[in-house]
Design a protein around this ligand. Sequence first.
Ligand code: NAD
Length: 256
Amino acid sequence: MLKGKTALVTGSTSGIGLGIAQALAQQGANIVLNGFGDIEGPKAAVAAHGVQVAYHGADMGKPAEIEDMLRAAAQQFGRVDILVNNAGIQHVSRIENFPTERWDAIIAINLSSAFHATRLALPAMQAANWGRIINVASVHGLVASAEKSAYVAAKHAVVGLTKVTALENATTGITCNAICPGWVLTPLVQKQVDARAASAKVSIEEAKRQLLSEKEPSMQFTTPEELGALAVFFCSAAGNNIRGVAWNMDGGWVAQ
Ligand code: NAD
């Protein structure tokens, strides 16, 4: 379905980004990976789908590095047809104790990076009159939780950016939508599970159960594979006129 297209997925060496990159590769898209940590494992996992894979190590908190990544992707593949703004970090703390450096980093990596990648990817999409921009927001783009001020502020703003991007391109073949996952058991959430297990002096399994029971009626984690399938749907012809939605996949979290 996506043969001949190129997808750039930010923060795709792990978790949800890697799941989405694999799902798009399974449909034939060439992939530009980005993120930190192990590179060779994720590259091999995506290449196993028989597509071309590139990697760029841009720090998504640094606009000049994002510019370099978009330039490199265009040089190698012609243009980016599908942009998935996924890179993100978390910090959990009450506002009065929130380190200002963490606030700045979360706003830069979780929000401003999406603006920069989008502004740089749009002109080539507009010239081709086709494009898909998928912003990985969160249920925290729709509702709040205590002790996540920067994250909740950034994710609500990403949902706003999604709507503006969709409107500005509404008469074109370019769509922009947000995906809003509930709990997904990735390294980002494992840290929160571990912290709860340590502070409540319970097992990891019990900490996971407690985390789910507070927010997620299904008592199930959403998986990167399920989120990858939603991204593929947005890229399909059925998604041609889906514009500016924030689609939660959250086990009933925001239905309450
Ligand atoms: P993760 O920690 O598994 O992956 C994060 C990815 O981003 C990694 O590849 C990491 O290397 C990369 N990254 C981090 N900082 C970066 C930077 N400065 N520059 C470039 N890459 C950077 O986390 P995840 O859970 O897969 O999160 C992915 C996205 O999904 C985030 O935007 C997160 O907010 C969102 N999300 C996660 C959950 C969840 O429950 N895990 C729920 C809702 C939304």
